[in-house]
Design a protein around this ligand. Sequence first.
Ligand code: SIN
Ligand code: CO
Length: 410
Amino acid sequence: MLNPDHILGSTSIATFLSEHWQQKPLLIRAAIVDYVCPISADEMAGLACEEEVESRIILEQDGDHPWQCLHGPFEEIMFEEVPSTHWTLLLQSLNLHIHDFAELLERFRFIPNWRVDDVMLSYAAPGGSVGPHTDNYDVFLLQASGKRRWGISNKPVTDDDFIPDLELKVLKSFEPEQSWVLEAGDMLYLPPGVIHHGVAVDDAESEDCITISIGFRAPNVSQLSSALLDDILEQDTQSRGSDQADRFYQDANLALQENPGEISHAALAKIKDMVQQELNNKLQDSDWFGKFITNTPEIVTPDIDVPDVDVGQCLDALKDGQPLVRNEASKLAYFISEQSDQNQPIHFFYNGRVAHYPMSMLPIIQLVCNHRYPPVDELNKALHDKDAQTFLAALIDVEYFLYLDDEDDT
Ligand code: SIN
Ligand code: CO
């Protein structure tokens, strides 16, 4: 089930992190030896017809205009009508739908879990591509079947370099500085901003060209500020008492101004202090970030404060050695507060919510946050603690964790 080896070939994880991650591309031949793609192009077309799977078709030449992007779900007939070459089918977040792709993410545990975005699959007809472009995130491009020629360039780009008025961002022209043909099991890592263009090799002997993109998200400053401000707003809406007065601008002992039409430097300095103070307080507190980064707005997330959870019933199978798997839809992370006055310094984030725990809960919290498949013996060891039992039982009860056999049935 799990391969303990890393996926970076002859490059060590330490070298990758210090020299490549966020810095420069890395080609890894045979990252996974004898890789067999878990799904076929026909199965991908089937998934593109399903409501729950986010899908797109990119038509380079035969659409209403070059690089037309069509959004699924599609009718089956669509796949009889597509041209024979130069188009691509993209399926987003397949780790949520296909167990093998969730399991593939385990090979990337050398990057913190909260940085993972999703596993996207692309099928490209001969000559097909999504055009030369840059991405704002780190991506590992694993060739799953067939062959694809990747060209890359480190040339800086500006908005004017892109074809105007397209839904997709495609560069007007592209001169690769380096290029390689990737075959099944080969992988290319690209940091943000590197121009890349992957074209399915048009060769009759090759299998269908399928590429897996393992994408890592990096929140941008507007998303972060907006999450921070939402948190401040929520706090203001909740505070109704006398403490509310402190949250307004105050100017007792106001100095008489010669020009009432002027905003004084003193007033502006107070305003700046007021905002900075609020931001500093919020930034000390991890909750807004933990909630933001684990949030899954598209998924209804049950509370883990389950009253009267049947601990015995939830944990018996685990005690008998049955492994658990994290539900791929659950995003979990923790933070340990350094504020000494806290008797519950562990902030446990689950799908946009937070719960606080004492340090005695650290072993069980680390196990559930670090692993997709927490080792059964370590779990059982952590479960000597009664509170850890209730905690894990609740996670199983509300299906943040599933027994592996049950998960295979779904
Ligand atoms: C693709 O697989 O067709 C596109 C992936 C990418 O360029 O990031
Ligand atoms: Co890309």
